[in-house]
Design a protein around this ligand. Structure first.
Ligand SMILES: NC(=O)c1ccc[n+]([C@@H]2O[C@H](COP(=O)([O-])OP(=O)(O)OC[C@H]3O[C@@H](n4cnc5c(N)ncnc54)[C@H](OP(=O)(O)O)[C@@H]3O)[C@@H](O)[C@H]2O)c1
Length: 239
């Protein structure tokens, strides 16, 4: 399928499992886009060096994108963290620490909205623009039936609130901008690897399938629907 009507620069931030697949599917489905990647490693893995937890990296982003040329059409934030050195999703309250809360909020809540702030100088009132960010269904407060994962859940809920708020401001200032929060479904990546034993095989998506589904959902979003929290199948998720 070709959605070849999008042109300009598309920035993919974080090329982990889903981000890499988003990049490949964008290349295939939107051949007129100029694709740019940004991440912590810098070149050669990423064209732009961007640690989302660094204010100076974020300040350098807009000038670097401007140098690349075509106007900004899409920013897709594919970064996030569930576990890492010294970081595990909590099963009970005694495992919760100030450090885990701060780390989860830094990357899963603060980073997406600070990324939006960093690219805002490149927006134009009359030009269509999509800002998409990967959230997670576990960030839905209504849908929280099983508990656990305090800091990751809360950080994703906070991301949802921050980007919903952004969508309201941008609908006034940049009426052609569309902000979308996306749940990819459980996808076979390093992030989900330690937790896959509870997932039936038919519910575990390959990164390619997840990316294709997300791009289908995203490409149907218009400024009228800005601020939506959507699953991989296009269903609205309760906040
Ligand atoms: N996989 C799933 O089942 C699933 C389900 C629901 C939601 N999600 C969400 O989908 C998103 C992508 O997940 P994934 O499965 O693709 O995970 P992944 O393979 O672990 O990729 C995460 C990416 O985030 C990047 N990142 C982390 N901290 C960063 C920072 N400070 N600055 C820049 N980049 C940073 C990582 O870069 P480095 O290589 O530098 O670490 C990596 O590229 C996450 O937000 C996750 O919460 C995933």
């Amino acid at each position: 399928m070709h959605d070849d009507n999008w042109s300009g620069t598309a920035l993919v931030v974080g090329t982990g499992g889903i981000g890499q697949a988003i990049l490949e599917r964008l290349q295939h489905r939107f051949p007129h886009l100029t694709l740019v990647t940004a991440g912590r490693q810098g070149e050669p893995r990423h064209q732009l060096q961007l640690d989302l937890e660094s204010d100076s990296d974020l300040e350098r982003l807009a000038p670097a994108l401007q140098q690349i040329g075509p106007p900004l059409r899409l920013v897709f934030n594919c970064s996030g963290r569930l576990h890492g050195p010294g970081l595990q999703p909590e099963k009970r309250l005694t495992q919760l620490t100030r450090e885990s809360l701060m780390e989860q909020f830094a990357i899963n809540a603060f980073a997406p909205v600070l990324l939006a702030k960093a690219v805002e100088p490149l927006l134009e009132r009359n030009r269509p623009f999509h800002f998409a960010s990967l959230s997670a269904r576990v960030g839905s407060i209504t849908d929280n039936r099983s508990g656990g994962w305090y800091s990751y859940r809360a950080a994703k809920s906070a991301q949802n609130q921050l980007l919903k708020t952004l969508s309201i401001e941008w609908s006034r200032r940049w009426p052609n901008a569309t902000v979308t929060l996306l749940h990819p479904g459980t996808t076979d990546t390093a992030l989900s690897k330690p937790f896959q034993s509870f997932v039936p095989p038919e519910k575990l998506f390959s990164p390619e399938r997840a990316a294709d589904q997300l791009l289908t959902v995203l490409s149907r979003q218009t400024p009228m629907q800005s601020g939506s929290f959507l699953a991989w199948d296009g269903q609205l998720i309760d906040w």
